[in-house]
Write a protein that binds this ligand. Structure first.
Ligand SMILES: NC(=O)c1ccc[n+]([C@@H]2O[C@H](COP(=O)([O-])OP(=O)(O)OC[C@H]3O[C@@H](n4cnc5c(N)ncnc54)[C@H](OP(=O)(O)O)[C@@H]3O)[C@@H](O)[C@H]2O)c1
Length: 333
C-alpha cells in the first residue's frame, strides 16, 4: 500500500522574514511499512517559533523535508506495539504521510479532550509554560508577573497559571484584538499592544507599579530591556524564548542595557528548554486537566488547512497571525 505524500522542503535560506519562495511543496511516494514499521497519515502539525533559526543556521538541510511535532494515525502496521488506528505523536511535521520504525513515536492517550490539545495546552507548549512559571520562575501566590508574546500558545498558558496563583498579571502582545482576548477571556489585569505604545517600560510602570517579581520572557530585546530594569528584590526571569531575534543572523537579539538591576535587586535570569522537564509530564498533566475541568484554563487555536499552507503558517506565526496555538490540519480526523 504505497501512497503519494506531499511535503515541504527548504529550497533557499531566508535572510530576515522568510518568504514563500524559500520553500517548495514536493510530491514523494511513501512505500509499504516493512517488518517492525508503521505507515502514518498526519492529522495535525504544530507550527513553532523554534523552526525559524534552523532555516538560516544550517540545521535544516536544503532540499530536504522540514521537521516538527505532528500527530497522526497509523494506517498500516507491521509493529505490534503501534496497531492500525493508533494515534501517534512524533517529529514528522511538514508532510502528509511517513513510514517509521516506531523510534521516537509516542502513542497519544486522550481522556475525552480534543486531539489538538496534545499539541499545545496538554503538550509541549503547555509544559513549557508550566515548568517555566512554576519551576524555573518559582512563582509564588500574589506576585507581580509580566508575560510577553502573551496571546500566543506558551504565553496564554503562562498568563493563566499566574492568574490561578492569584498573581497580578501584565501582558504584551501585537494587536488590539489580542489585548481584548487577554483581558476579556484570560482575565489578565493589564494588557498592551507593544506595536502601538510609545514605551514598553512606561506600560509596565502603569500595569505593575510596584515592579515585577517574575518576567516570563518569550521575546527578548526591548521587552527584556524594559522588564529587567523593573525587577523587584529577588525577582526571577525564566528565559523561555527570544522571538524578536529569530529572524536575525545568529538569532542575535537587540541589546539589553538594564542588567545592573540584577545586582541591585539580586535578580535571577535562567534560560530553559521544555525537554529539561519531560520527567514531570504526569504532574503537569494532572494540574492542567484539573484546571481545564474547573474552567480555569482556556485556550485558542489558529488552524490553517492543508500541507500547501504549512510554510505560509510558519511565516504567519512569525508575523503574529495566530492567537493561541498555530496548527495546520493535514487530514480530517
Ligand atoms: N524554551 C523552550 O523549551 C520553548 C518551548 C516552546 C516555545 N518556546 C518559546 O516561547 C515563545 C513563544 O512560542 P509559542 O510557540 O507560544 O509561539 P506563539 O507565541 O504562539 O507565536 C509567536 C508569537 O510571537 C509574537 N512575535 C513575533 N515576532 C515578535 C517580535 N519581534 N516581538 C514580539 N513578539 C513577536 C507574535 O505575536 P504578537 O502578535 O504578540 O507579536 C506571534 O504570534 C517563543 O520565543 C518560543 O521560541 C520555548
Amino acid at each position: 500500500m504505497s501512497v503519494i505524500s506531499r511535503e515541504v522542503h527548504l529550497v533557499s535560506r531566508p535572510e530576515g522574514m522568510p518568504e514563500p519562495e524559500n520553500f517548495s511543496l514536493v510530491e514523494t511516494e511513501v512505500g509499504d511499512p516493512g517488518s517492525g514499521e508503521v505507515l502514518v497519515q498526519n492529522l495535525y502539525m504544530s507550527v513553532d517559533p523554534a523552526m525559524r533559526p534552523p532555516l538560516t543556521n544550517g540545521q535544516a538541510k536544503l532540499d530536504h523535508v522540514l521537521g516538527g511535532s505532528a500527530i497522526g494515525r497509523v494506517i498500516a502496521s507491521k509493529n505490534e506495539s503501534l496497531p492500525e488506528g493508533a494515534l501517534v505523536q512524533g517529529r514528522y511535521g511538514f508532510r502528509e504521510y511517513y513510514v517509521s520504525d516506531g523510534e521516537g513515536l509516542r502513542a497519544v492517550e486522550t481522556e475525552g479532550e480534543p486531539l489538538t490539545t496534545h499539541l499545545h495546552v496538554l503538550g509541549s507548549t503547555g509544559l513549557t509554560a508550566w515548568s517555566g512559571m512554576l519551576i524555573v520562575g518559582k512563582l509564588q501566590e500574589e506576585e507581580n508577573v509580566f508575560v510577553s508574546a502573551a496571546a500566543g500558545a506558551v504565553g496564554s498558558v503562562a498568563c493563566q497559571i499566574a492568574k490561578i496563583k492569584n498573581c497580578r498579571v501584565a501582558a504584551s502582545c501585537g494587536s488590539d484584538d489580542k489585548v481584548a482576548f487577554l483581558k476579556d477571556e484570560l482575565g489578565v489585569d493589564y494588557a498592551f499592544n507593544y506595536k502601538t505604545v510609545g514605551s514598553i517600560g512606561r506600560e509596565l510602570h502603569i500595569g505593575l507599579p510596584d515592579g515585577i517579581d517574575v518576567y516570563f520572557d518569550n521575546v527578548g530585546g526591548k521587552h527584556l530591556d524594559a522588564a529587567c530594569g523593573q525587577m523587584r528584590l529577588w525577582g526571577r526571569i525564566p528565559v523561555c524564548g527570544m522571538i524578536s531575534a529569530y529572524n536575525n543572523k545568529g538569532a542575535r537579539s537587540e541589546g539589553v542595557t538594564t542588567l545592573s538591576n540584577m545586582v541591585y535587586n539580586r535578580v535571577t535570569m535562567q534560560g530553559f528548554l521544555v525537554s529539561d522537564y519531560n520527567d514531570l509530564r504526569d504532574d503537569f498533566l494532572a494540574d492542567m486537566r484539573g484546571w481545564m475541568a474547573a474552567g480555569k484554563l482556556k485556550y485558542r487555536e489558529t488552524v490553517n488547512e492543508g500541507i500547501e499552507n504549512a510554510a505560509a503558517s510558519l511565516i504567519g506565526l512569525l508575523q503574529g497571525d495566530n492567537t493561541g496555538k498555530m496548527l495546520v490540519r493535514l487530514a480530517p480526523e
